[in-house]
Design a protein around this ligand. Structure first.
Ligand code: FMN
Length: 439
């Protein structure tokens, strides 16, 4: 529940809160950018709107771990356990999200959708969780997508997922709309469950959410469509993706801080709105840091891909690499060739991954200095570099879009086995020295 997590962030001393009026056009996003999107913010007064806006809530690893009761060490196991052992959710008759139900005279522009960048085509919903039911299995699929606000009851949807596009195209062949709900105002288990790759596991993401939260996710039935949504959501938009029609979408400043292309995309007609009394609007700055949740799930995939091949210790899909282009993995090297094998495994586990560094398990892969040390002292490019030209990449990377392909690179920065030159200098008793005793 969003409100509960805002309170926990406040108690942890992490939430920045302001009563100064901000403009949803440029100013709100500008503040988030100045804060490097690293601190959760609650804007209590937004010019021209009646509700507060929260943003950048789930950007910090430690905070996300605390909010979801997981630790850095057990994160991969806990997430995988929830995927492997999903738990039932619970349908309830009523929930706070039903406090206001609007079915006529729909106008989604009454919500403070931010306008982020100079050349964006419109205001955008950036933390909207799209919910659909798999048309064959009936399983619930959630994913955050961006939605361009077109009109009072119309938004366009950019869908990068082949899974989701196929759902829509299947319905379109029958000239039938795809029912969708957009949930605004969610908590960490709902977010983490949404980032699980459906193609890989084919699961019901509400059930993964229930496993992660340790109790059934409570959902209510939508008013105009056959979907369930969290009973404690702040705002829910109910609608349909309209078959055989498209609208122009973009440009929009996206993940890596570049503008995405303008293209024709399907659009959604909003049929109903449900919202709590005094709703809190949730936004996500459309650039990098908000995607930590996505990176956490990519780490699960990377870890399990490597586990089959080598003795992997930990993996890190990095923030500066947009939580998808760069990864570092540490391994307990047991035989020559483990480093290269790990590169093959890593590059085939995440489609968007461009560069991966494999290091030994004495290197702290969350410390850039330590990783650079490994590259500086254990890596020789004529021998340890793996280069794969022109593979599939991501349209979010402008260097990919010029040719439509991406080169992949792996750096094996592990030591050769049994070579004394690589012994690291140690000071006996270092771990017992407490500087506070001396200064
Ligand atoms: C804050 C946030 C914003 C996101 N925005 C988008 C987006 O605009 N478009 C998109 O295709 N994916 C976006 N994603 C990633 C998808 O939500 C994610 O890929 C999906 O939930 C996982 O399912 P999939 O493997 O089927 O894509 C975003 C993720 C986060 C955490």
């Amino acid at each position: 529940m969003l409100r509960f997590e805002l309170e926990r962030l406040r108690q942890m001393g992490l939430l920045l809160e302001t009563d100064v009026e901000v403009d949803a056009k440029f100013e709100l996003g500008g503040i988030l950018k100045k804060l490097k999107n690293k601190r959760p913010v609650l804007f209590n007064r937004v010019k021209g709107y009646k509700m507060p806006v929260c943003a950048a809530l789930y950007t910090d690893r430690e905070a996300v771990y605390k909010l979801s009761n997981i630790s850095h060490e057990d994160r991969i196991y806990k997430l995988m356990d929830a995927i492997a052992n999903p738990k039932p959710f619970k349908v309830v008759d009523r929930g706070p999200v039903m406090e206001n139900i609007i079915t006529g005279n729909i106008d989604i522009r009454k919500f403070p959708h931010p306008y982020f960048h100079e050349k964006d085509s419109s205001t955008y919903i950036t933390a909207g969780m799209l919910v659909v039911k798999d048309i064959k299995t009936g399983r619930r699929y959630t994913s955050i997508r961006r939605f361009q606000v077109i009109d009072r009851n119309k938004i366009s949807a950019l869908i990068a997922s082949p899974y989701l596009i196929n759902q829509f195209l299947e319905m379109e062949k029958m000239n039938r709309p795809l029912e969708v709900a957009i949930v605004i105002g969610y908590d960490v288990p709902f977010l983490l469950a949404s980032q699980v790759s459906s193609e890989l596991y084919g699961v019901d993401k509400y059930e993964i959410d229930s496993a992660l939260r340790g109790e059934p996710l409570e959902v209510v039935k939508c008013k105009t469509i056959d979907l369930e949504v969290p009973a404690h959501a702040e705002i829910v938009l109910e609608g349909v993706m309209v078959p055989n029609k498209r609208e122009m979408e973009g440009p929009f400043g996206e993940l890596m801080g570049y503008y995405g292309e303008q293209k024709m995309h399907p659009y959604i007609e909003i049929k109903a709105i449900m919202h709590r009394n005094n709703p809190i609007y949730q936004a996500a700055f459309p650039c990098r840091e908000e995607h930590l949740a996505n990176g956490l799930l990519r780490e699960v995939e990377l870890y399990y891909a490597l586990k089959r091949l080598v003795d992997v210790k930990d993996v890190h899909v990095t923030l500066s690499g947009g939580y998808r282009f760069h990864a570092i993995a540490s391994i307990n090297k047991k035989q020559e060739g483990d480093g290269k094998t790990a590169i093959i495994g890593a590059l085939s586990s995440i489609k968007d991954l461009k560069h991966v560094v494999i290091v030994d398990d004495d290197i702290d892969i969350f410390d850039n200095e330590d990783v650079e040390l490994a590259i500086a002292t254990r890596f020789q490019s004529s021998r340890d570099l793996v280069l794969i030209p022109e593979a599939c990449g991501s349209g979010l990377d402008p260097s990919h879009t010029t040719r439509g392909v991406s080169d992949k690179m792996g750096l094996d920065a592990t030591r050769p086995l049994n070579n004394e030159r690589f012994e690291r200098c140690r000071i006996p008793g270092l771990e017992n020295i407490d500087l506070r005793k001396y200064f």
